[in-house]
Design a protein around this ligand. Structure first.
Ligand code: HXC
Length: 272
């Protein structure tokens, strides 16, 4: 008998976790001015954290910080920084410490993406994505690790799952994200004795995000759904829920892992 078509229900983290589990804690999030990382920041603030969001565009960051503060009742500050520039990142971290006095959680989310065949990538195009994603993660780690050692804090890196295969037109992102997986595992091992955890969240297709809009070919909206075992594309709230879980004490023995949030899509792809 054919199985019924049951679409995974949408969860609401505001009702799943206690509202104050991150009270007194501080999040530093690169790429937090929009999309998935803004949603991750919102969820952390809804559960009591204050936050600093870092990115290149001050206007967008300022507006996002206001929305996040208003929407959650906690405080978010904008800190302008290009993650490729270590000095700008250090400055953003310094402003965060001046404002809040500590950093407990770091989301390395700043990323760049576009569809292009490997043979069509210029050296600068490949380098640009490697620098934003991989070097940006390294720079963020270097700027924040002294504070995470103090707070026994935790990193989440925003990855992908498709780099384990050979997804066309994504060589630059696949290479950059594979390196991030490796960095995260080494952070887990080297910094574990300091009480610091490091994990990757690997989103599958997430509706209504800049990343997906860059990856979609015109007319393929919703096309992934027929391949996803749980029957729907993700929404930002799915990634936000995974974030709250991984930063919470419920995950206090989980480090060096990559949590794929894709409704089972990559299991299907890798088993064929
Ligand atoms: C080929 C391209 C290109 C394209 C840019 N380049 N777009 N090459 N195809 N579509 C080339 C440029 O020609 C240039 O090379 C080099 O890349 C650098 O481009 P710039 O525009 O000068 O760089 P910059 O201003 O730093 O912008 C970086 C960017 C841009 C990555 C190109 O798209 C950006 O700022 N993106 C940030 C936002 C973003 O991408 N968000 C989505 C993240 S989602 P030449 O040789 O001409 O100098 C994500 C997750 C994906 O990463 C997974 C989802 C499931």
């Amino acid at each position: 008998m054919a199985p019924p078509v049951v679409r995974a229900r949408f969860a609401d983290s505001e009702s799943v976790f206690k509202p104050d589990i991150f009270k007194g804690k501080v999040l530093f999030c690169t790429g937090g001015g929009s999309g998935i990382c803004k949603g991750m920041t919102y969820a952390m603030m809804k559960h009591g954290a204050n936050a600093a969001i870092a990115g290149r565009k001050l206007d967008r960051l300022t507006q996002a910080a206001e929305e996040l503060s208003k929407g959650t009742g906690n405080t978010c500050i904008p800190t302008q920084a290009d993650v490729r520039k270590p000095d700008q990142l250090k400055d953003a971290v310094r402003k965060t410490i001046e404002k809040f006095g500590r950093i407990d959680f770091v989301i390395c989310g700043a990323a760049g993406n576009f569809l292009a065949p490997l043979s069509g990538l210029s050296e600068n195009a490949f380098r640009t994505v490697m620098e934003i994603d991989t070097l940006g993660t390294f720079n963020t780690f270097k700027a924040t690790i002294p504070y995470l050692r103090e707070s026994h804090g935790s990193y989440i890196h925003v990855g992908v799952a498709f780099h384990r295969r050979g997804l066309p037109y994504q060589a630059h992102v696949s290479a950059a994200k594979a390196a991030i997986d490796s960095l995260s595992r080494v952070i887990a091992v080297e910094e574990g004795p300091w009480g610091v955890r490091s994990n990757v969240i690997a989103p599958g297709p997430i509706s209504n995000t800049e990343g997906m809009s860059r990856l979609r070919v015109s007319g393929d909206e919703g096309a992934f759904e027929s391949f996803i075992p749980l029957g729907r594309e993700g929404v930002i709230q799915d990634i936000a829920n995974a974030t709250v879980f991984l930063f919470s004490d419920a995950a206090s023995l989980i480090t060096g892992e990559a949590l794929v949030v894709d409704g089972g899509l990559q299991q299907l792809s890798t088993s064929s």
